[in-house]
Design a protein around this ligand. Structure first.
Ligand SMILES: [Fe+2]
Length: 132
């Protein structure tokens, strides 16, 4: 896949949320270029955990405040991400697969997430959240 670059048309109209999304795009680009040495995957997993904890809570609070009607469905998508990340951690800890294989799997999932979640599902709440 060609490298995904965040564009202004992907904005949800809120600077904090856009900054989170831009950070995830940057992480995916780093991951594409990574050589997976020196515990790089540990760093990626840790950063994804931080991302999920901070960003999903921010988004959900804004959607709730704005009365977004599909909040529950959207939150289910976030939960699926967290569960996926737990599976990645378990697989990595067991060293069942090499960091290269896990890195490829993480990369493929995140590329799909950028397209299907950020560029599609997150766009649906745009009109309900506080603009900044
Ligand atoms: Fe979201």
């Amino acid at each position: 896949m060609a490298k995904l670059q965040w564009k202004s048309e992907y904005s949800v109209g809120n600077a904090a949320i856009d900054a989170d999304h831009q950070g995830l795009f940057a992480l995916v680009r780093e991951l594409e270029d990574a050589d997976m040495t020196d515990g790089f995957l540990d760093t990626i997993i840790w950063r994804l955990e931080e991302y999920a904890a901070g960003h999903f809570a921010r988004e959900e609070a804004m959607m709730r405040k704005g009365g977004y009607p599909d909040l529950e469905e959207h939150m289910a998508g976030h939960r699926a991400f967290v569960e996926w990340l737990d599976t990645v951690k378990i697989t990595y800890r067991r060293a069942a697969e090499s960091p290269f294989e896990i890195g490829d799997m993480v990369n493929a999932f995140l590329e799909r997430w950028l397209v299907e979640h950020i560029l599609e599902e997150d766009m649906d709440y745009r009109d309900y959240i506080v603009k900044s």
